[in-house]
Each structure stands twice: as structure tokens, then as C-alpha cells.
Design a protein around this ligand. Sequence first.
Ligand code: NAD
Length: 264
Amino acid sequence: MQNPMLKDKTALVTGSTSGIGLGIAKALAEQGANVVFNGFGDAAAIAALQADVSGRCGVQTAYHDADMSKPAEIEAMMKFAADRFGAVDVLVNNAGIQHVANIEEFPVEKWDAIIAINLSSAFHTTRLALPMMKQRNWGRIINIASTHGLVASVQKAAYVAAKHGLVGFTKVTALETARTGVTCNAICPGWTLTPLVQQQIDARAQRDGISNDEAKQAIVAEKQPSGEFVTVEQLAALAVFLCSDAANQVRGAAWNVDGGWVAQ
Ligand code: NAD
């Protein structure tokens, strides 16, 4: 690419060793951004991923293994990114986990972990990124919420609470940065076929004694009028758009990409 849109910018994507975060990190690198990866996984596989992205996109990559449930580790990661690249220009708060159970049976430690990883981590990364972004008068904060940030489903109390919270936090961040070159928006995906969702497909297949394909179809048919999964590439393309100048006045949006889920 002759003059890539994010040349000399640095993107930090939490939970980017898998699924949606990985797709977004790759797409931002393709736009010329240096990338700080984060998330769990096999060290050799992560090193190979970094080498692939650096080689293909001609950008620098780094990796930090901060656990997003631990504020001190998040602080260490943000300092690492600033020391290595000078700043974080694009922050994608993507790391997330799920647990499915009725409220009465919901394990307290799962509630605490989901709130910490899916919601509080975005507060910590944002509070540490904003001074760097404001200093340069440019920044993009993209929070990966969910349709569950807009509507609810049974058995997902912690996840729905965290994602609604993340949409609210997105709006406050957008208002507090409204007169700057920093924007903050949320992307609200519907069912996207990633390891996080595969776990729920496996559980459904086992519960109902059906095949993997039948479970996939059942899960999508319940919620998404299109009858199709969202793809990681579609979400990554929206993230790239939110980084563009065309999105300078897109602020505080919670943009659903969901096959019509929340239109119902
Ligand atoms: P995934 O399981 O494929 O990826 C999750 C990533 O987060 C991995 O890289 C994992 O290592 C990382 N992670 C998990 N816990 C972490 C922690 N404590 N610290 C650091 N990293 C951690 O899941 P995904 O489907 O790609 O989900 C990504 C985001 O998208 C999540 O926030 C999820 O809630 C959201 N989302 C997913 C869907 C979907 O259908 N897949 C729909 C809506 C929203």
C-alpha cells in the first residue's frame, strides 16, 4: 500500500490471539499500524503470528501477556506499549469471556471475572490511553461490546450486565473527548463463529443430542433473522472504517452488526 491510513500509528488490541480481536489486529496492521497483541495462547504460536503480520504488512509488532482481570498487569501493558512505540493511538478493548447459567446458580467468581475482563479492563486501558491520545489530539477507542450490550438473553446475566456497561462507558468516553480528535465507539456483534461461540455450540449439541452443524443452525436461527453468522472480516472492516477520517464525527455509537438481531 502506497500511503497506508494508519502508517506510524500504534494499535493495541486486547484479546488479539484469537477470534475477533485477531481479525481486527490483522486488519489494522494491513492499514499500516504497528500492533501490540495481547491475550492467552501458546508462546510459539503467538511468535509465529507476530512474524506473519510483521512480514506481510511491513509493520512492527509486540506482545504483552497482561491478564485483563488484573489492573496492575494492564498498567504494565500500557507502559510497555508507550515505551516501545511512544503511544497507543488506536485502542481496541476486545478481550472477553462468557459463562452461561441461571442467576441463582451463577458462580460468584465467574460474575467477578466477567465484569473485570469484559468491562473494568476497558476503563483501565482507556484511562491510561487517553492522556497519550489527547496529547497528540488523535485517537480511536473501539469497544467490542455485543448485541448483548443492547438487548438481553437468559442465562447471561454477567455478560449482559458487562456489555450494557461497556456501551454506557463508550458514551461517557465519547462525551468527554467530544471536542478533541479522539473518538470512542462500540461495535456490537451478533453471533460470530469464533472459539468463544464454538463452546456454546458444543454445549448445545451435547444438551440436545444434535450434530455440530445442527447446533450452529439452531443457535443462529434463534436470534439472527439473516440466518447467517457475522464474520470476523466484516467486524474488522468496521473497525478500520471507525479509524478513518470519514468517521471523525461518529462518536458514542453502538453499532450493531448482527444479521438483524436487535431490529426485532
Ligand atoms: P475468543 O474466545 O475467540 O477470543 C477472546 C480473546 O480474549 C482471546 O485472545 C483470549 O486469549 C483473550 N482473553 C480472554 N480472557 C483474557 C484475559 N483475562 N486477559 C487477556 N486476554 C484474555 O472470543 P471472540 O468471540 O473473538 O470474542 C472477542 C470479543 O467479542 C469478546 O469481548 C466477546 O464478548 C465479543 N463478542 C463476540 C461475539 C461472538 O459471537 N463471537 C459476539 C458479540 C461479542
